[in-house]
Write a protein that binds this ligand. Structure first.
Ligand code: GRF
Length: 187
């Protein structure tokens, strides 16, 4: 099976999935990295793994449908079976949703349906929650609203955001590859 990973930033989850593929913990290959932020650190990581990158600027296109049509061309050319969003800071539009229905997944740093949208960790800290977490879910028209596939709870009672983010990322890097591997057999 062939995987594409969409990311807008650091790309630590890109790396976790690419590494798991390289080490045989995921029975698939990462064939494409897509970023809407040319020069994001994920591009450097992709180069290290020899994964081709499509970098584009949304403002160079007249609409979301136009850039998604361009992306769809690349996805089809590479024979992509599954799209993993990993810190891709854009809502997926109809062009990709229709072409890849049930085959686009996302990771979100909260126990959904709590704390949807931007800065989920900050939102949760503000509430003073004692159990944080991460969710992997199918992507549909709703923001962070598709059916949940897997979750990990992260108990934390401190107030150090950096420490909490380190805990969250560590769990993401375990859960995302494991979930992708499980999901691949059902594609
Ligand atoms: C992760 O915390 C993920 O849950 C959220 O964006 C972050 C991406 O981190 N959607 P990275 O770019 O994979 O390091």
């Amino acid at each position: 099976k062939r995987i594409a990973i969409f990311a807008s930033g650091n790309g630590s989850n890109f790396e976790a999935i690419a590494k798991a593929c390289a080490e045989g913990r995921i029975d698939a290959e990462v064939v494409l990295c897509v970023t809407d932020k040319p020069g994001a650190y994920v591009v450097t990581r992709a180069a290290r793994f020899g994964v081709p990158v499509v970098e584009f600027r949304p403002k160079d296109f007249a609409s979301k449908a136009e850039f998604e049509t361009m992306l769809l061309g690349h996805l089809r050319e590479k024979g992509v079976d599954l799209i993993c969003l990993a810190g891709y800071m854009r809502i997926i539009g109809d062009v990709l949703l229709n072409a890849y229905e049930g085959r686009i997944i996302n990771i979100h740093p909260s126990l959904l349906p709590a704390f949807q949208g931007a800065d989920a960790i900050g939102q949760a800290m503000k509430y003073g929650v004692k159990v944080y977490g991460i969710s992997i879910h199918f992507v549909d028209q709703t923001l962070d609203g598709g059916k949940i596939i897997a979750q990990t709870a992260i108990p934390y009672e401190g107030s150090d955001r950096d420490e909490l983010e380190t805990l969250v990322h560590a769990q993401e890097h375990i859960l995302y590859p494991a979930t992708v591997q499980k999901l691949l057999s059902s594609l």
